[in-house]
Each structure stands twice: as C-alpha cells, then as structure tokens.
Design a protein around this ligand. Structure first.
Ligand SMILES: [Fe+2]
Ligand SMILES: [Fe+2]
Length: 270
C-alpha cells in the first residue's frame, strides 16, 4: 500500500493548502492512506474541532497531534468523540482520547497509527516514549493483525528521533518525526524494513521562523525584547511530508520518498 504522511499543519495558510491541494496530491501519488499532523492548525496552537473536521474532510484519514494537543480546549471533548484524531500515547496519564488505533485504508488493509512524544529539550516532561510504543507494536504485528504501521515521533531532538526509528525497525512500516517544522533530507529504509525520516517538515509558509511570522521571533532573537505574540505567517504553504510504499504481506517499506508541494520550497523531483 501507499502511505502519505504530512507534517505539522501551521495556521490558516497550512489549512488552506491542505484544503486546496490534498485531494489532488493524494490522487497523483495514488495514496491509499493519509495521516496528517495537525497540532498547529489553529493559529499555530493546537487544533479546534471545526478545523479538525475540515482537515478530515479535505482528505486526511487520521490526524495526529503533539505537545500542543489540547491548546484548543474543545479538543478535550472532540478527541473522545472522533476516533480519527490521535493524541500522543504518553501525553499525560489522564489525557482524553487515545494515542494509537488500527484503521482501515481505502484498499481494505489495516493500518496501525501511533504517536509518541520525546523527552529531550521539550518544554515539560513526558513519560518514556520507548516503553510506551512497545506494547502498541506488540499488539499489532506487521503481517499479522495489520498490513502497515506508522509511528509519528513528535519531539525536538534529531538523536531521539533516530533512536526511535531504530527501536521500531522491523516492527513499524514508517517512523516519521514531527514538531520541528523543518524537513530533514535523510529519508531512508532501515535494515528491518522501516521507512524513516527525522522530520517531515510542516505544511506552512517557509518565509517565516518555523511557520511563525518572522517579526516577533526576530525581535526576540536580535533585540532580546519581546513585544507581541507569535502569529502564523500568512504566505502560501508548502505541503511537506513523506510517501511510503509498503508490501502488504510483510508490512515492510519497499520505497520511501520525501514529498514537497507548492509554496516556497523546491519540489523534490524536477
Ligand atoms: Fe510540537
Ligand atoms: Fe508543531
């Protein structure tokens, strides 16, 4: 099967790009299943129920969240009511919703999707993501319960993401990083058959500081004087992510390609 993953949807420009282009992108890439990280879709901070509905309507099969999962308060109820939205497995003991679920793709295949948060350089502590993912992968073995499995590793440190890739190698079809909003050029298939990219990048305006209008971050970095709030940049978004082709019998990745579409970043294929 062909799995499409898109990184953190950033504000209005990210939502608009997904709404305008995801259906066409899915068709062109012949994607059977599409997972979108949506943790910054509402003004850069979390995602509202209305915006989650819009991204699902636009062609996402599943939305993952992140450290900003519940910045929009109505997500606390919505994540319980909408099984296509996942929060991180290790967000908090009392967090509503779920961090992993098995879904049916358009071609009938079963796909496990899970999200974990890392611990390095994050603003608050989270439980061990390596211990959190093990029972989830054990309950949905590739080539058995599921035909494919995707793990969204949401964190800051490249080292921790690579370690998660190796930890899941052979047990997940895809491990992809999110949270930094900058795509890394290290798409590869690990020896056990897991497709891996340290960070998918964002669906947002790259004339920015990680998706935010550059004025306020520049004031803080250059002058050291905060003045206002961070606001998402408003220019055209680049859709950034990863397309992985897997073998349904084994769940292993057989091909993996970086995806970049529209906006300022160069496309990955000439
Ligand atoms: Fe994040
Ligand atoms: Fe993010």
């Amino acid at each position: 099967m062909r799995l499409l993953f898109l990184g953190d949807v950033m504000g209005r420009s990210g939502r608009a790009a997904v709404a305008a282009r995801l259906a066409d992108l899915r068709a062109r890439l012949r994607a059977d299943f599409c997972v979108v990280n949506a943790e910054n879709a509402t003004n850069g901070a979390g995602i509202s129920a209305d915006h989650a509905r819009a991204l699902l309507q636009a062609g996402a099969d599943v939305l993952t969240l992140g450290d900003h999962a519940f910045d929009q308060r109505d997500m606390i109820q919505f994540v319980e009511a909408e099984p296509r939205v996942l929060r991180p497995l290790n967000y908090a003991k009392a967090a509503p919703g779920r961090g992993a679920r098995v879904y049916a793709a358009q071609n009938g295949a079963k796909v496990l999707v899970a999200q974990v948060l890392g611990q390095v350089f994050m603003k608050r502590p989270f439980a061990d993501p390596f211990a959190a993912i093990d029972p989830v992968l054990a309950a949905a073995p590739l080539g058995g319960q599921v035909q494919a499995a995707l793990v969204d590793m949401h964190c800051e440190a490249t080292s921790e993401k690579m370690a998660m890739g190796h930890h899941c190698d052979g047990r997940a079809s895809v491990v992809v990083g999110t949270h930094t909003h900058i795509p890394t050029a290290d798409v590869q298939i690990l020896p056990g058959g897991t497709a891996y990219q340290t960070d998918a990048g964002m669906c947002g305006d790259y004339l920015s500081v990680i998706g935010m209008d550059k004025a306020e971050p520049m004031r803080r970095f250059v002058a050291g004087m905060p003045k206002g709030r961070f606001e998402p940049a408003r220019g055209e978004a680049t859709l950034c992510g990863l397309l992985v082709e897997t073998d349904d019998a084994t769940g292993r990745a057989v091909a993996a390609h970086m995806v970049r579409e529209g906006g300022r970043l160069e496309p990955t294929e000439p």
